[in-house]
Write a protein that binds this ligand. Structure first.
Ligand code: 5GP
Ligand code: MN
Length: 323
């Protein structure tokens, strides 16, 4: 049996689930978790969506009417966890107690740095997104029942993760199978216009004020590395939440000649979230790993506990070794 069949067999044989993902939610994180949540609901399973972090503003449309619980709000026994889009057990965004008491962890993921921490793992590091893997599970399930389980809601969640993780079908993780999946999801009723407008075309005015400030910090090193800083004061001044500025990262890589882009985002004093992107040849997942993080070859991240200027110095040092 392959991993998809193992997962389907497990799900059919067990009743209680927590679905969750990583801290700092993004489109693939929420799209894959929510599509799994809807799938389990349709199978009449008892399922909770748990995440101890806040949804970004531009993804709130996906979860209208859904209650995302915090760990201390859940009361469930004999449950299994399905962890989606989470490459590292430490990043699963539920309490340690919930993690430790689960009877099994099923891991569905596409991060290059994933160490197969689940009891059942379906990991494909070549997949565009975790949503593509959930899509494969749901398609296999549909085929086995000769009945389609992917409704408009599920198709919309899956399309969101596919579109966001591929940069709207632009990044190198976009394969022919991604277009095939997109085509099928559109046929199945994915609300593309709604997704595009909410995710990419609904930035508040304040976001651009913040972006202006952030772009003023842009620095280019050796013509090949670009970095931008967002401090907690900038976020506060412009009334923008920490989880609502990830889009700024792409400005770094989009510069002519730049191979590695870095966004330094200050969460608290001496705690900086670092986002790394590369264009052609640098493995940023390996760089992030040096700092205890991980991710994909072209998009990775880590958290470094020091001041913004010090973190910048340390990260630049590592990046320069790989240029
Ligand atoms: P982002 O820079 O958008 O936060 O993350 C880029 C990619 O790296 C995402 O796939 C994300 O899940 C992963 N990532 C970001 N931060 C970390 C981290 O601290 N640890 C690990 N393992 N992966 C990370
Ligand atoms: Mn992903």
């Amino acid at each position: 049996m392959n991993n998809i069949d193992n997962i389907i067999e497990y799900i059919e044989g067990s009743n209680d689930y927590i679905v969750t993902s990583h801290i700092s939610p993004d489109g693939d994180n929420m799209g894959s978790t929510l599509s799994m949540y809807y799938f389990l609901n349709k199978l009449n399973k008892n399922v909770y969506y748990v995440l101890d972090d806040n949804s970004p503003q531009n993804l709130k449309f996906l979860v209208e009417g859904i209650k995302i619980l915090k760990s201390d709000e859940v009361d469930i026994k004999d449950y299994s966890i399905i962890a989606l889009d989470c490459g590292d057990k430490k990043r699963i965004c539920v309490s340690e107690e919930i993690l430790d008491n689960a009877k099994s962890i099923i891991c569905i993921d596409h991060h290059a740095s994933n160490d197969h921490y689940g009891d059942i793992n379906y990991i494909d590091i070549d997949a565009s997104s975790t949503c593509e893997l959930v899509y494969n599970v749901l398609k296999r399930y549909s085929d086995s029942k000769s009945s389609n389980i992917i409704d408009e809601e599920i198709a919309t969640c899956l399309y969101t993760g596919l579109a966001t993780d591929t940069g709207n079908f632009a990044y190198s993780n976009t394969h022919p199978s991604s277009f095939e999946m997109a085509k099928n999801l559109l046929i199945l009723g994915a609300k593309r216009d709604n997704i595009i407008q909410n995710v990419f075309q609904s930035n508040p005015y304040n976001y651009y004020k913040l972006l202006g400030e952030a772009l003023n910090t842009l620095e280019i090193v050796d013509n090949k590395i670009a970095s931008i800083e967002v401090t907690k004061e900038m976020l506060k001044r412009n009334v923008i939440n920490f989880n609502d500025v990830d889009g700024i990262t792409s400005y770094t890589r989009d510069i002519e000649g730049v191979e590695v882009g870095i966004l330094l985002k200050e969460k608290k004093e001496n705690e900086v979230k670092v986002s790394l992107r590369s264009k052609n040849y640098v493995d940023v997942s390996a760089i992030a790993k040096e700092f205890g993080g991980g991710g994909h070859i072209r998009a990775a991240g880590c958290t470094v506990y020091d001041s913004v200027p010090n973190v910048k110095k340390k990260v630049l040092q590592e990046v320069l070794k790989s240029i």
